[in-house]
Each structure stands twice: as C-alpha cells, then as structure tokens.
Design a protein around this ligand. Structure first.
Ligand code: AMP
Ligand code: MG
Length: 430
C-alpha cells in the first residue's frame, strides 16, 4: 500500500486548492497500471501501446516516384532551355522497369513505382511533351525532385511508435504499413462506479416523494466508456455506514479505481468522510473552481486477502460531487487526465484551449477557475462563443446544449461582451 502524504506537498491548502495544483497532485501520485495484453491491430484502436513498435523494414521499402511523370538522370538536364530524352519504357507501381536508364534516356513512371537504376529525378507529366519516342521536359528541374527515398517515413530498426502512445487510426495504419498484425497494449483500467444518496432512485422504479433519478451513473458510465475503461456499475448506495463500507470494500477488491458521486459536500453527513478516511487514505479538497468545489481523492484499502492469496493493494478513489454538472466538470478536469495516466499514456497530453470572442457579459469573481458551458459559432470569419444560459451546477441541460467549456481563469474578474475568453472544445474531451 502506497502511503499518501498530502501534507508534505508544497503550496498545499486542501481548503482552497487551485485547479492546476489539484490536477498536478493527482498526476504526480498516480502510476500506470501494470499488465499488458497482445491484440490484433483493429482491437488496438483507443488502447495505449505498452512496448515500442520497432520497424522491421524501411518504409517506403524502395526509392520510388511521388508523381506520375518521367524518370530521368539529372545529369542529362540541359543547362538552359528544354531537354530532349528518348522514351525507353514504363515503370508501374508493383511492376518495376528492369532495365537501366542511360545517358539521354527516360522512362515513363507511375506514382509509387520503384525508381529505375540510374535515375535521380522525376518530372511531372503535366509539364512534359511527347513527340513520338522523344520526351521534352521544360527547364527548371532539379535532382531529387518528386522522389520518395527508402526509409524516409520509417527506418528499419528504429521505433516507429513509442510506448505510451494512444493508438488512433494513424497509428493503426503505421502498424499495418510495417506488416505487423499484433501489438502489445496496456490492459484496460477497471473502474467501479456507484452513486450515493438517500434521495436517489434508479430508472425503471417510481419516484418517491422528494426523490431524484440517478443521472450521474449514466453520465459517468458514458465518460468512462468513451475513455476506454472497463466499468463496473455498482448502482445506488444509500447514505448508510454499513452499506457504504460494504460498497467501498467490494469496489476496492475488484477495481483499480473507484468513482463515486455525492456525499463529499459540506452539507453532507460527516460519517461518509469519516468512513472514507477509515477505509484508506483520503484527502477532502475544496477546489477553487465553479462548479465542482468539493472533491475527495485518495486510496481505499482492499482489506481482504484475495482467493489466490495475493493481497490486492486497494483502489484509487475519486469522490466527485453530487450535482450533475459538477460531476461532469470535475470528471473532465481531474478524473480524465488521472485515468489517462493510469491507462499508461506517456506523456498525458494537456487538453488545449483556444481563444474566442465572448458575445455576452459573464459574472465572475476572482480567485477561482470557472467552467461555463458555451456554444461556438462563426461571425465574419471569427470564432465567437455564447454561454448556454442558466449555469447552475444542477442544470444538466446546460451541458447537453454546449459544445465547449468557457474556461475563465483563476485571477480573472467579470467578462464584458466582446472580450476574448479561452474555450475548450468538448469534441475530443467527451
Ligand atoms: P451531494 O453532493 O450528495 O450533497 O449532492 C448534491 C446534489 O446533487 C443534490 O441535490 C443531489 O440530489 C444531487 N445528486 C447527488 N447525486 C446525484 C445523482 N447520482 N444523480 C442526480 N443528482 C444527484
Ligand atoms: Mg448526497
């Protein structure tokens, strides 16, 4: 069991933690999960590469033509004016011209065809003229033009893709271009998920008076599934010590990570916090942000020997707030990068922000980071953003309407219409 020592961190105030600081603490504490598996190329999409892919071959394997045109020796090019050459054959992609191109000769060449011996220049067909057996190329051609050299994309023996890379369609293509059928990827991160609250009702059951349907488990399930985690849905757990303790123990025994929602706000019964602390090492943070101020982060011990005699080290805990928008914002800002680190991404990429012109006033106090929900649009060729309307932390429709977060920095005060703000696209984040 790792010992978490939050108090020795520099610049650490759990009652007013800067967003960037909270994210950094998590990223620094979390290791990548161990365990690899071998999968076929298509199954590797969205997974994290566990070992470097070393190129067994040069890509391209041969010097070849980048264009349809005429292959020639640059030494034959006239110092001034046109050059006249004799056409002696054709080189196709996949069917090489076997002969040698000698002084004063040229070969018709197709894109991707292996460069015939002696050739070091390709002139595109559009600028050339043919008169019977003679090919006439205009002045201004250079050695090496329109040629793709062997190994210019990937060199044999060198890493083509480094471990820690998230495999996207481009990487699948590279793996295939090397003739490789299977790669080693990190195993998926297992995440146990439950909602806490006496007021929560599961869908499919009638709402009792004062109850709300549990929506967090669905947004969280969606976000975790999109990230490529294995999700273990443990349902709703009542605010009862025995039920919560059993749920935490079970989750710590079967998962790498536990994600909960609710139970960490100031108004909550203190026993939930005491319980989390009893079961492991958990810090309760008030993050200087809106929405999503309260959050718990730490570890829950497994507390029981596994059937195979191995003692499981427990699981990381992200205790997210209860309000539906706060859940999503804290997930994207903290749990997402933390999970990417656990998945083995190296480095964990920063999610970029872009400037846009805000077309409405926004109220904002200095001293906290705010994540308003916004809608992007273009006006006179410029990207503009408008808040989605009511920004309460329980108003989930503000997330559904939005296509970006408007990120208002910690030190920033109110925004007047026309000012530039930073936005974070939801595409790629969600
Ligand atoms: P809490 O953080 O537990 O005090 O919850 C804050 C607010 O979020 C309350 O209004 C809860 O009813 C609401 N809430 C908590 N959990 C959920 C959930 N799983 N789905 C929808 N709303 C929730
Ligand atoms: Mg609650």
């Amino acid at each position: 069991m790792t010992t978490l020592n939050f108090s020795c961190l520099d610049d650490y105030d759990p009652d007013s933690l800067h967003v960037d600081r909270a994210r950094r603490i998590m990223l620094d504490m979390l290791p990548a999960v161990s365990g690899h598996e071998c999968v076929f190329v298509r199954q590797a999409l969205g997974r994290v590469l566990a070992e470097d892919v070393i190129s067994p071959v040069d890509v391209p394997a041969h010097d070849n033509s980048a264009m349809d045109g005429w292959a020639l020796r640059s030494a034959d090019l006239a110092a001034e004016g046109e050059t006249r050459l004799k056409n002696i054959g054709t080189a196709f992609a996949g069917r090489a011209f076997e002969g040698k191109v000698s002084r004063g000769e040229t070969v018709r060449i197709m894109t991707g065809a292996v460069l015939p011996a002696g050739v070091d220049c390709v002139v595109v067909q559009e600028v050339s003229r043919v008169e019977g057996d003679t090919v006439i190329v205009p002045p201004g051609q250079r050695a090496d033009q329109n040629i793709r050299r062997a190994g210019e994309d990937l060199k044999a023996g060198k890493p083509a893709i480094a471990a820690g890379k998230l495999l996207r369609p481009a990487e699948l293509g590279i793996i295939a271009s090397l003739g490789i059928a299977e790669v080693s990827v990190r195993r998926r991160v297992r995440v146990a998920l439950f909602s806490t609250g006496d007021e929560l009702c599961s869908i499919g059951t009638p709402l009792f008076p004062g109850a709300v349907y549990d929506s967090n488990r669905y947004t969280l399930w969606g976000m975790l599934t999109r990230l490529g985690c294995d999700v273990i849905d443990m349902g709703v757990v009542k605010d009862e010590p025995a039920a919560l303790e059993a749920a935490f123990r079970e989750a710590a025994n079967c998962a790498d990570v536990i994600v909960t929602s609710g139970g960490v706000s100031v108004g909550e019964a203190d026993f939930i916090k005491q319980l989390m602390q009893k079961l492991g090492e958990v810090a309760f943070w008030k993050i200087a942000m809106k929405p999503g101020r309260p959050m718990a982060f730490g570890r829950i011990n497994a507390g029981r020997i596994q059937p195979d005699g191995e003692s499981k080290p427990g699981a990381w805990l992200f205790g997210l707030p209860g309000n539906p928008v706060a859940v999503m914002v804290t997930f994207y800002q903290f749990a997402r990068p933390a999970l990417l680190k656990l998945m083995g991404l190296d480095p964990v990429p920063e999610f970029p922000t872009f400037p846009a012109r805000c077309v409405e006033d926004i109220k904002k106090g200095k001293g906290r980071t705010e994540f308003q929900r916004g809608i992007l649009f273009q006006e006179n060729g410029e990207w503009c953003v408008r808040p989605t309307g009511h920004q309460g932390s329980g108003v989930l429709s503000s997330m559904a309407k939005a296509d970006c977060f408007i990120v208002l920095e910690h030190e920033r005060g109110k925004v007047s219409a026309g000012e530039t703000v930073q936005v974070q696209l939801m595409t790629g984040l969600v």
